[in-house]
Structure formats: structure tokens, C-alpha cells
Design a protein around this ligand. Structure first.
Ligand code: SUG
Length: 447
């Protein structure tokens, strides 16, 4: 059981999935703020995506949703009384704060943490650093519960090193694996780690939208993970990419093993970066890096952001070829559809297959297929040391789909967030879920 493989930990979409327009710089979140959402459909789309990945031979596990609305956070903001009174008062007096405290944003597991495989770390353990997500209020509330959930999923401290999230300040803004790509000759080989930031400390950065990831945060995560300098490259996101709506690097770039697919305008000084990556990769992996840089003439940044082409999952198939699991929107943006057709037809292309997946409910909040998963490269022994109940097979996905059908609302309008029964419905659902996943008393309300 030593075979090293990729396992995707997908966030289960929570029962309060809604469109509150909370993320400035995320154009989908802003465009769809105030619309009616469909939590049941959203969660089932996530489960269907996991089924597709499993049919491609990729292993899959789940990360449970967080409790929302977050009554503890509302109490910290001065609301008092019973839990129902807290929610009702917040709905009346601070509906924006209630929306932030009700977001199901923990579903985007690519932002949960940075995970560094044991082959690359000084102590031979997998290193896990939960992201502080301080750039937005609603996401900053995730970190403590994410840290707790990851410890429950990877309980064996002899194999998994859990770090605390970085201090919660803008100067150390960290958004997790969405700005981190591991490149390697194969999953089993030693890796080169590309960390991408949008700014240095508080200065610099784009003009229109905020840059979320700080260089100092990326450096700290690399240090905490025990990565030697020779395995790390820090790169700056191009301000124009952020200003076009690429609030995370995984909106303009995806890598897998020895392949890096990126938009030509993803990075500041992109050509020099690619040259550095090629050099370092040859040294670390002993082979050439395959780089597919998509030029603006083929796909503009706006088309990349509208389609989430680069938020596809690039995965290795059991026979060693690669497949791209792309959001359905890629079929609807003509330039992107044409690019993907040419990519699979080109015999020299590293991508053999494209599969499209419907993640529209999540996409309307700016979260594509890759946002919904946290990639973990694990040895067989490490995978076997995970909490067994979260690792997916068809039977678990069937049970989860039935659980969603039983507990989730069909629709949620912004005004529904003030309905205190959403809290009791959510607790009933999560209480049953921890039983299904065998995670014990994970939530405050269970303790
Ligand atoms: O942080 N959207 C998320 C989307 C995260 C996508 N993740 C990656 N690219 N890896 C965000 O902006 C919107 C919530 C709302 O508006 O209701 C939101 O949080």
C-alpha cells in the first residue's frame, strides 16, 4: 500500500448555500448577489462531480460543511438572547453581517489549507496549514472550524503535521491551496512548489480589486511546511489578472505532475517565471516541465474568468494520461470551447481528454470544479491513516445524496437567512452527517 496518489478532499456544499455578493473582486459573486440559490441542487452537483472524478480513477474524500448561521460569531458581534433571537435581531439590524455569518463558503476546499506531501518535507510528514482567509469577513470565520475538521480527517500526528492558521491580519493574508501548485515528475516523485501572491505586505497590488495573498504569508507557509528553498518558487500574480477577476491564481492557472497550464497574463513577468520554473523543475524532477501558455489572442482574461477554464481539475488517469475536468461554462464561451477542442486533438498536447461537469450553483459564487477540492498527494499508508468514514465509495456518495435530499431546501432567497429554522434544520442535518462520516462530535452544538 505504498502507491502515491492524488486524493481530492471536496467540500460538501452546506445547507445555507446562498448568493450574498460578499466577495469584491470575484465577479460572479458580485453579479449574482441577491439571487435565489438552490442549496439541494448545489450539493448534488458537488456529489456528481465526485462521482465523475472517481469514474476517472481519482480517489475522493469529503470535508463536512461548517455550522451556519454562525451564532457564535454573531454573539461576538454583540447579539444576545436565544440562538433564534440572535439570528432574528441580526436579520433586522445587520443583514450584511448575518449574510457573512451564514455563508456556506467552506465548500471551496481549495481555500481550506495548503497541503504539502511527505516526499517534500524535512520530517517526512504531510504538512497542513489552514488558511486564515482574512481578506473577507465571511471567509475569515472558517479557519478555526476548518482546522478542527482537518485534524479529524487526518488524526495521526505521526504522519500529518497540523499547523495553526497564520495570524489573522491583512499583512499575512493566506488563501490556501488556491495559490499553490505542486509540480513533480509524477505524484510519487519529489515536488517543486509554486506559491503565488498578489501583493507584498500591505502595498503594491492591483488598482481595481484587492489582492488577497501576501508574499509574506506564502513564505511562512513554505517554512512551516519544512520545504527546502530549492523546492520553492514564489511568483507574483499579474495585477491585470486580479483586476479582471482572478482573485485566486487557480482562476488563471492549473498544474498537475509535469504539466503547467496557464493564461499568458496570469503572472507578473510571466516569461521570466516560466524560465525559472523550467530550470528548477529540471533540477528537482530530472525531466522537462511541459508548459501550455494560453495566449490572449486565443482566450482573453475576461473569457478565462467567465468560463473558469483554468479552474478545471487536471488529473492523471490510471494509464498515465491526463484529463481535464472543466466547468460546463467552458462549452458556452466560444473561444474556450474552441481552445479545448484543439487541445485534445493536438497529438503533442499533454491533455488527452476533457470532461465537462455542471457546478453552476457554485460557479455563480465564483467557485469552479477546482475550488471545490483540496488536493492531497498521499502514500497508501497515509491514505489508510485517514478517518475512514470520509473516504468515498459509491455507497457513501449514495448515502450523502439521500441525506441532502432529506435535509436541504430547494431554494433560498436572501430574506430566508433571517429564518431561525434554518439553524435548527442545519443542526439536524450536520448531526446526522457526523454519524454518516463517523467523525464524532465535530460541531460546537454537539459538545
Ligand atoms: O472566496 N466566493 C468564494 C469563491 C472561492 C473560489 N475559490 C477558488 N478560486 N479557489 C470567494 O470569493 C462568494 C460568497 C457570496 O458572495 O455569497 C464567495 O465567497
Amino acid at each position: 500500500m505504498t502507491a502515491v496518489h492524488e486524493l481530492n478532499l471536496d467540500g460538501i456544499v452546506g445547507p445555507t448555500h446562498n448568493y450574498a455578493g460578499l466577495s469584491r473582486g470575484n465577479v460572479a459573486s458580485t453579479a449574482h448577489g441577491g439571487e435565489v440559490s438552490h442549496p439541494r441542487e448545489a450539493a448534488l452537483q458537488g456529489i456528481a462531480k465526485m462521482r465523475l472524478l472517481m469514474s476517472l480513477g481519482v480517489r475522493q474524500a469529503v470535508l463536512p460543511p461548517q455550522e451556519r448561521p454562525n451564532v457564535r460569531a454573531l454573539r461576538r458581534l454583540g447579539f444576545t438572547g436565544t440562538d433564534a433571537q440572535v439570528v432574528e435581531a441580526a436579520a433586522q439590524r445587520e443583514p450584511r453581517l448575518l449574510a457573512a455569518c451564514s455563508s456556506a463558503s467552506a465548500m471551496w476546499a481549495a481555500n481550506a489549507a495548503t497541503v504539502v506531501p511527505s516526499a517534500d518535507t524535512a520530517d517526512g510528514r504531510v504538512h497542513i496549514t489552514p488558511a486564515n482567509l482574512v481578506s473577507t469577513l465571511h471567509r475569515s470565520l472558517e479557519a478555526p472550524a476548518t482546522a478542527r475538521a482537518l485534524r479529524a480527517v487526518f488524526p495521526d500526528e505521526t504522519r500529518f503535521a497540523h499547523h495553526d492558521p497564520l495570524p489573522a491580519t491583512g499583512a499575512l493574508g493566506d488563501e490556501g491551496a488556491a495559490n499553490h501548485t505542486r509540480l513533480a515528475a509524477s505524484h510519487a516523485g519529489g515536488g517543486l512548489h509554486l506559491f503565488v501572491h498578489g501583493r507584498r505586505g500591505e502595498d503594491g497590488g492591483p488598482r481595481r480589486f484587492p489582492a488577497r495573498q501576501a508574499l509574506e504569508a506564502s513564505r511562512a507557509v513554505a517554512r512551516l511546511s519544512g520545504l527546502p528553498d530549492g523546492r520553492v518558487i514564489h511568483a507574483r500574480q499579474a495585477p491585470e489578472a486580479i483586476d479582471a477577476g482572478a482573485f485566486h491564481n487557480d482562476v488563471v492557472c492549473v498544474g498537475n505532475e509535469h504539466v503547467l497550464l496557464h493564461h499568458e497574463q496570469a503572472f507578473a513577468d510571466g516569461r521570466a517565471l516560466v524560465a525559472r520554473l523550467r530550470d528548477a523543475f529540471r533540477r528537482v524532477a530530472g525531466r522537462d516541465l511541459v508548459v501550455v501558455a494560453v495566449p490572449r489572442e486565443a482566450v482573453t482574461l475576461q473569457e478565462a474568468v467567465a468560463s473558469y477554464l483554468f479552474n478545471s481539475q487536471l488529473v492523471t488517469l490510471p494509464d498515465g494520461r491526463m484529463a481535464l475536468v472543466a466547468p460546463a461554462e467552458c462549452r458556452e464561451v466560444r473561444a474556450v470551447a474552441g481552445f479545448l477542442e484543439a487541445l485534445v486533438e493536438d497529438p503533442s498536447s499533454p491533455v488527452a481528454e476533457v470532461h465537462v461537469v455542471d457546478t453552476r450553483q457554485s460557479m455563480r459564487n465564483g467557485g469552479g470544479p477546482a475550488c471545490l477540492r483540496l488536493r492531497c498527494v498521499l502514500t497508501g499508508e497515509e491514505a489508510a491513516a485517514m478517518a475512514p468514514g470520509v473516504v468515498c465509495d459509491d455507497a457513501l456518495l449514495d448515502r450523502l445524496a439521500a441525506w441532502v435530499d432529506r435535509h436541504y431546501r430547494d431554494r433560498l432567497a436572501p430574506a430566508d437567512l433571517g429564518d431561525p429554522s434554518l439553524l435548527s434544520e442545519g443542526r439536524a442535518a450536520l448531526d446526522e452527517l457526523t454519524g454518516i462520516l463517523g467523525l464524532g462530535a465535530l460541531y460546537d452544538f454537539q459538545r
